[in-house]
Ligand binder design. Structure first.
Ligand code: PNS
Length: 163
């Protein structure tokens, strides 16, 4: 039985994340979307909100579970008895950071392997940060995020910024 972990901040979960989740769910028997509990980062949504949004978006995928983790990813991997870290790669600019992360994780836990999935071209420009920024300045983002995320963004950001 193969179990992979797809970790991230997911603040918020975008259609790019959903694409990786859906494709990962077809490859692995079980996929855990793992939301990082990070007190340093200036998050827009709480960990609980981020989990709910990811859960809503992946509700049609029975082998996907959404959890949160604190501290080192490799500790969570061991706790969940998974050896595969799944990450999406959008562009070359992602590579350096992802390479470092994968190397560090392998150093810390040699039994783990990082699998990269190339993002669908239509999401290659998409990030949680750009979605938040575009929305904050009144841009239309409905096609970039799952409906539950769109609804919560609208609640969060004042109507003046709506389109
Ligand atoms: O969506 P993100 O913010 O690019 O995800 C980054 C994430 C959550 C995968 C990474 O920051 C992480 O695993 N953090 C947990 C701490 C850790 O294990 N760090 C070790 C490598 S430096």
């Amino acid at each position: 039985m193969s179990r992979a972990v797809y970790p991230g901040s997911f603040d918020p979960f975008t259609n790019g994340h959903l694409d990786i989740t859906q494709r990962g769910a077809r490859i692995f028997d079980e996929l855990i979307v793992a939301v990082l509990i990070n007190s340093e980062k200036n998050a827009m949504f709480s960990v609980d909100e981020r989990k709910i949004m990811a859960r809503e978006a992946a509700v049609h995928l029975p082998n996907v579970k959404v959890m949160s983790f604190e501290g080192l990813l490799v500790d969570f991997m061991r706790q969940e008895r998974s050896r595969v870290i799944l990450r999406g790669l959008r562009a070359l600019s992602d590579f350096e950071y992802e390479f470092q992360l994968a190397q560090m994780n392998r150093q810390l836990a040699p039994e783990t392997e990082t699998f990269f999935m190339v993002t669908d071209a239509k999401y290659s420009y998409l990030s949680s940060r750009s979605v938040k920024e575009v929305f904050q300045f009144g841009g239309a983002i409905q096609e970039f995020v799952p409906p539950g995320v769109f609804r919560r963004l609208r609640e969060r950001i004042p109507p003046a910024g709506l389109k």
